[in-house]
Every structure is written in structure tokens, then in C-alpha cells.
Ligand binder design. Structure first.
Ligand SMILES: CCCCC/C=C\C/C=C\C/C=C\C/C=C\CCCC(=O)SCCNC(=O)CCNC(=O)[C@H](O)C(C)(C)COP(=O)(O)OP(=O)(O)OC[C@H]1O[C@@H](n2cnc3c(N)ncnc32)[C@H](O)[C@@H]1OP(=O)(O)O
Ligand SMILES: Cc1cc2nc3c(=O)[nH]c(=O)nc-3n(C[C@H](O)[C@H](O)[C@H](O)COP(=O)(O)OP(=O)(O)OC[C@H]3O[C@@H](n4cnc5c(N)ncnc54)[C@H](O)[C@@H]3O)c2cc1C
Length: 609
């Protein structure tokens, strides 16, 4: 499809999905599922995942009563317009202004520079009638920082932009289809006026007289919509990873190379330990991210309930967990999808493997909802704060509770003696805790050598990110272990999950061996015992690998992959796909007479053939 066709077709699908949601009707969870199977980024994502939650989270009761019924019936379509051409990560640095005019009781929205144009918001370019806009609030010449506003962008009769608004699509993005179904847009305001009651005023207010009444709750609640989306992105990482792994695992069982004896069949590539060493940790990650995603959903629900009761104590942890896990799981999934492409050899590079499209549509997850490095630095700040408070009498809680055992974890030596000890959950956990704590403490010690903490932080950014990742990996490992200790039904299933849990943990040790050795969390002998155990786990997972991906229950239609077909009938179908290519419509290609024939004829003449 051309870009225009792709965009229009996605509109068709989105509107059809919305019709089904109403007609059947579908519950909220089922509607999310439907969105998932629609399988293309589109304006519904931003309307439901960001525009509506922003109003719910930041609007007053009256604002919710006014706007939510319209949004819930989709009589208005909204998007979330925060990022600007010049600033995305640095939200405090946004330039769009919203200046209160007491004479008209209105805010004047203005884009003072080119870099202040909104740039990137999905659904903005061509579809949305409304947006939640983030802009610097100015009253009486004073800048109060960034706040949210509900703004109508387009005329409700003919969809034309309202006077004072310039709006459009930002152009083609990575990949062929991928994210190009979405109208990520730009937007500029030229002194565009909105009524005062369209500032989202649950957190802070501007009175009729133009007095700014700051919020008595943490201003970070304004970032709540991002926290909620980051949480859902973790579960989605599992879905995308599982999809790639399903394709690569099934195909690795079909594909054979070498090893034929006396004319017999060749070896299935899934039997090579190198293939297993690349594939099975990704399979394990798909399960691990699912479980940590479930836990994060619980954490998010819990913090939301606490916030409603004005208990802000767990907000920093919820922010650190959602930011860190969003970052860690999306980076691992993007890399994992690309690894799965390579695991499928040359055929993985074919569009019909389903992997190139999956990669192209998935990879921006490393950037949207916060650049992955910027987000790990938030985790690092949280860890440094926690370390600095050790010994102050304030016991660390939740995911940092292990830091409360700093004295022990800084000194302990791993008691792993034989390979099977690596199947002991307490020993594995302690290894990850020791590594995470020692990396955090080492950063804190290095920071304390700087007179200026911020300067020290800038100098140590790379180490801080590594310490943050170590903490996030510990969370994933520990939540997998908790899951195993919980309510899993069926001994066989539990055994399979146990294998995957230890593959997940031990491959991380192998991959980050430098961290584990340099922090003396394990010895080199213990590292080789971990490798030994890992190989043995691969052997145990091998006979069940295909069943473990079948368990994701993805249909062939959803996978969209010739290589990942459930029936394994890969080769005939690759031919079928190839023959569908427009280049094969004719035997002699268009261009033959123009370019190939004159070239050949010229050579034939000079060779006198
Ligand atoms: C095949 C199809 C795909 C299938 C998938 C299916 C479905 C799709 C699923 C999901 C996707 C859903 C939606 C659609 C997808 C994409 C949409 C993308 C939309 C966007 O892309 S939308 C823009 C997002 N754009 C960002 O993401 C900007 C990143 N930049 C920031 O987020 C901040 O700007 C930050 C944090 C970097 C610095 O901020 P800063 O400079 O203001 O703050 P500072 O560092 O000084 O921190 C001061 C104190 O605030 C605390 N703090 C900070 N943030 C907090 C928070 N959120 N909550 C609670 N506390 C927080 C700190 O911890 C500290 O606390 P303390 O003072 O105690 O230390
Ligand atoms: C597909 C897609 C959809 C999007 N949808 C929306 C949307 O609906 N609404 C919306 O408002 N926005 C949206 N965005 C924008 C997105 O949220 C931002 O692109 C993202 O937050 C990253 O910001 P940036 O582009 O400014 O990156 P930058 O901050 O410019 O990052 C560039 C590089 O600088 C590094 N860097 C930046 N700051 C630091 C630092 N402090 N320390 C160390 N390194 C740093 C980063 O790690 C990165 O390597 C979307 C983006 C994409 C790709």
C-alpha cells in the first residue's frame, strides 16, 4: 500500500474495531485485545491510552463530566501532544506558552519558535479533533512551568484546522508499513485562545483574577499518564518478544543443516547448542516479561489507589519501576526480535518471515514514552537516593528492600559449590542482589568524591545506567521466582517454567559476567558452573521448546509469518509467497526492452556472437 492507502485502511480498521466494541459489546479488556489483534498503530491508541487517561488523571470533576462522555463515545478524538521539535526528553524545557489573559478570561497558546512546534504526537497530524497540550503556564508575566490544557484543534463540521492552528503529518518513518499507519503530527499555535476552564486544574489552578494556585500534591502527578503507558508497554514487550520467538523456534525445528550421515536427514538447527544459547534465553525472556508485567500492573493499581487516598509514599518507586522496566524490556525485545531474524538465517530477512515488519513497528518503543537511557537515569537517581538514606533509620521498602541488608550483601560470598546449586532460588537471588547493590554503592562512592553532585552524576552517567539495569534485572528475576512459588497449576508446567526462570537468570550472569566478577558477587569457577547448568537446562527445554511457543496461542494469521507457520509447511509456502510478488506477474520484467536488452545486444555485437 502507498502511505495514503495504508493510513486510510487503518482508519477503516480502527472505526470497524470501535463499531464491534459497541455492538458486541466488548469489555475494556476485550477491547484492548481487539486493538492488539488489529495489530497496527492507529489513532485509537493515543485517544484511549493517553488522551482519556490524561483528562481522568489531571481534570477536575467538572472537566471530567464535560469531556469524558464526549471522548468515551468518540464524539471527539484526542491525542497527547507533549513532545516538541526541540524537546522531548526534557519536559521541563518545553517552549509552547499558555499565557493567561485576565481581560478575556482565556489562555493564549503560542509557539514562539520553530523548535516549539509540537512534533511527534500520534493521531495529531490528520485525525484528532482535540488534544491535551503541554505548555508553559504564564500568569502576570510569571512562568509556572509546564501544565496540561484541553484544546480543540479542528472544526467539527469539515475537519479543517481552526484559525491560528497550523497542523500536519511529520512524514514517513522507519520501515515500509510499520508505524506509517499512524499520523504522527506537527502543530503550531499562533496566539490561539482557549477558555480558562480548559486548563487541566486538578493539580493546580488559575483563578478568574489570574492568580496561580499551586498544587498541594507532588507536581509529578502531571506525568501520571506516562507512568500508566510505561506500565502497559512492559506487558506488550512480552507479547512482541513471544511473537518473534514463536517464529524463530518453530522455524528452527523445521530448518535442517549439516550432520547428515549415510544420506540420512540433516540436523534440525534447533539442536545446535549455539542456536539454543541464542534462542532459549529469548524464550525465557518472553515468559519473564509477562510475569513482571503482571506484577507491574498490580504495583500500578496499588499506587493509583494510594494516590486517590493522598498517600504519595510509593510514587517514587512506581516511577522508578515503570521507567526502568519499560526501558529494560523494550531494549531487550528490540534486540531479541533482530536476533530472531538472524536465527532464521537468510529467510528471516524475507518480508514474509514477519520479522522485518515486527522489528520496524516495535523498535520505536525504545524511544517513545521516554528514551531508554534517560529512563534508566531516573532509576539511577532513585537508587542513589536510596543508598544515601541507608543507615538513616528509614528502611528501604518494596523493590529496594534488599538494600536494607546492605551490610550482609556487601560482604557475603556466594556459596555455590556445584552446578545444581544454581537451581536454588535463594542463592540465585542473593547473587543478583549482591551485584545490584555493589554496583549502586560503587556509583554512590564515586559520586561522593565529587564536590558538586550534579557534576559527578554527569561524569558517571554510563556507570549509573549499568547499575540501574542491574537493579531492573534483579526485579525481573525475583518476580519470576515469586511466580514459581505461587499458584501455578500442574507440576509439568511448573517444571517447564522453572527451567525457563533459571535460563533467564543464568544467561544474564553469562552476558554480564564482567559485572558479577568485578563486584566479586561470584568467582570465575562459579561462573563456569553457571554455564554448565545453563547447557543442561537447554537440553531439558529442547523437547518442549515448540510446545512452549505454541502455548502463546498465536494464530497463523496474527503471526503473519511463513517461517512461523503452525504446520511447519515452510518451503511450499515460501514458493507461494514468492510467486505472489508483482515482479513475478510477467516472466520478462518491465525494463527489459529499455535497459537489459540494449546492454546485452551491445556486448553480443562487440563479441561477434
Ligand atoms: C504492532 C502494533 C503494536 C502493538 C502494541 C499494542 C499496543 C500498544 C501499547 C502501548 C503503547 C501505547 C500507546 C501508544 C504508543 C506510543 C505513544 C508514545 C507517546 C509518547 O511518547 S508521549 C511523550 C513521552 N515523553 C516522555 O516520556 C518524556 C521523557 N521525559 C520525562 O518523563 C521526564 O521529563 C524526566 C523523567 C526524564 C525528567 O523529568 P524532570 O526534569 O521534570 O524531572 P527530574 O529528573 O528533575 O525529577 C524530578 C523529580 O520527579 C520525579 N519524577 C520524574 N518523572 C516522574 C514520574 N513520571 N512520576 C513520578 N515522579 C517522577 C523524579 O524521580 C524526581 O524525583 P525526586 O525529586 O524525588 O528525585
Ligand atoms: C513512534 C513515536 C511515537 C511518539 N508519540 C508521541 C506522542 O504521541 N506524543 C508525544 O508527546 N510524543 C511522542 N513521541 C515522542 C517521544 O516521546 C520522544 O521522542 C521521546 O520522549 C524521546 O525524546 P527526544 O526525541 O527528545 O530524544 P532526545 O532526548 O533528543 O534523545 C537523543 C539522544 O540523547 C540522549 N539523551 C537525552 N537526554 C539525555 C540525558 N539527560 N542524559 C543522557 N543522555 C541523554 C538520549 O539517550 C538519546 O540517545 C513519539 C516518538 C516516537 C518515535
Amino acid at each position: 500500500m502507498t502511505r495514503k492507502e495504508l493510513f486510510k485502511n487503518t482508519l477503516r480498521k480502527s472505526v470497524h474495531a470501535w463499531k464491534l466494541i459497541n455492538e458486541l459489546p466488548l469489555s475494556d479488556d476485550e477491547s484492548l485485545m481487539l486493538r492488539h489483534f488489529m495489530d497496527q498503530p492507529g489513532f485509537l491508541d493515543l485517544h484511549w491510552r493517553m488522551f482519556v487517561p490524561a483528562i481522568k488523571g489531571q481534570g477536575t470533576e467538572e472537566q471530567k463530566q464535560k469531556w469524558l462522555p464526549l471522548a468515551n463515545k468518540m464524539q471527539i478524538i484526542g491525542c497527547y501532544a507533549q513532545t516538541e521539535l526541540g524537546h522531548g526528553s526534557n519536559v521541563q524545557g518545553l517552549e509552547t506558552t499558555a499565557t493567561f489573559d485576565p481581560q478575556t478570561d482565556q489562555f493564549i497558546l503560542h509557539s514562539p519558535t520553530q523548535t516549539s512546534s509540537k512534533w511527534w504526537p500520534g493521531g495529531l497530524g490528520k485525525v484528532s479533533t482535540h488534544a491535551v497540550i503541554y505548555a508553559r503556564l504564564i500568569t502576570d508575566g510569571k512562568d509556572h512551568g509546564v501544565h496540561g490544557f484541553i484544546v480543540q484543534l479542528r472544526n467539527m463540521d469539515d475537519h479543517s484546522p481552526l484559525p491560528g492552528i497550523t497542523i500536519g503529518d511529520i512524514g514517513v518513518k522507519f520501515g515500509n508499513g510499520a508505524y506509517n499507519s499512524m499520523d504522527n503530527g506537527f502543530l503550531m499555535f499562533d496566539k490561539f485562545c482557549i477558555p480558562r476552564d480548559q486548563m487541566l486544574m486538578r493539580l493546580s489552578k488559575v483563578t478568574r483574577e489570574g492568580k496561580y494556585v499551586p498544587s498541594d500534591v507532588p507536581r509529578q502527578l502531571m506525568y501520571g499518564t506516562m507512568v500508566s503507558v510505561r506500565q502497559t508497554i512492559v506487558s506488550n514487550a512480552s507479547i512482541a518478544m513471544a511473537r518473534a520467538v514463536c517464529i524463530a523456534t518453530r522455524y528452527s525445528a523445521v530448518r535442517r543443516q549439516f550432520g547428515s550421515q549415510n544420506g540420512g536427514i540433516e540436523t534440525q538447527v534447533i539442536d545446535y547448542k549455539t542456536q539454543q544459547n541464542r534462542l532459549f534465553p529469548l524464550l525465557a525472556s518472553a515468559y519473564a516479561f509477562r510475569f513482571v508485567g503482571e506484577w507491574l500492573k498490580w504495583l500500578y493499581t496499588d499506587v493509583t489507589q494510594r494516590l486517590e487516598a493522598s498517600d504519595f509514599a510509593t510514587l517514587p518507586e512506581a516511577h522508578a519501576c515503570t521507567a526502568g522496566l519499560k526501558s529494560m524490556t523494550t531494549s531487550a525485545t528490540s534486540d531479541g526480535i533482530e536476533e530472531c531474524r538472524k536465527l532464521c538465517g537468510g529467510h528471516g530477512y524475507l518480508w514474509c518471515s514477519g520479522l522485518p515488519e515486527l522489528f520496524a513497528v516495535y523498535v520505536p518503543a525504545c524511544t517513545y514514552e521516554g528514551d531508554n537511557v534517560v529512563l534508566q537515569l531516573q532509576v539511577a537517581r532513585f537508587l542513589m537516593k536510596t543508598v544515601s538514606q541507608l543507615g538513616s533509620g528509614k528502611a528501604p521498602a518494596g523493590t529496594t528492600a534488599y538494600m536494607g541488608r546492605a551490610k550482609h550483601l556487601l560482604q557475603c560470598r556466594s556459596s555455590i559449590r556445584k552446578a545444581e546449586d544454581w537451581l536454588n532460588p535463594a542463592m540465585v537471588l542473593e547473587t543478583f542482589e549482591a551485584r545490584a547493590l555493589r554496583m549502586a554503592v560503587s556509583c554512590a562512592n564515586n559520586l561522593s568524591k565529587f564536590e558538586n553532585q550534579e557534576q559527578g552524576f554527569s561524569e558517571l552517567l554510563a556507570d549509573l545506567v549499568e547499575a540501574a539495569i542491574a537493579h531492573c534485572q534483579l526485579i525481573v528475576v525475583s518476580k519470576f521466582i515469586v511466580k514459581l512459588e505461587g499458584e501455578i497449576k500442574g507440576k509439568g508446567v511448573k517444571n517447564q517454567l522453572k527451567n525457563l526462570c533459571y535460563i533467564y537468570a543464568l544467561h544474564l550472569i553469562h552476558k554480564h559476567l564482567g559485572d558479577f566478577l568485578s563486584t566479586n558477587s561470584i568467582t570465575s569457577e562459579q561462573a563456569s558452573l553457571a554455564n554448565h547448568q545453563l547447557r543442561s537446562l537447554y537440553t531439558q527445554v529442547r523437547p518442549n521448546a515448540v510446545a512452549l511457543v505454541d502455548a502463546f496461542d498465536y494464530t497463523d494469521h496474527y503471526l503473519g509469518s511463513v517461517l512461523g507457520r503452525y504446520d511447519g509447511n515452510v518451503y511450499p509456502k515460501l514458493f507461494e509467497e514468492a510467486l505472489k510478488d508483482p515482479l513475478n506477474d510477467t516472466v520478462v520484467p518491465d525494463g527489459y526492452h529499455e535497459y537489459i536488452r540494449p546492454l546485452i545486444k551491445q556486448h553480443l555485437r562487440s563479441a561477434r556472437l
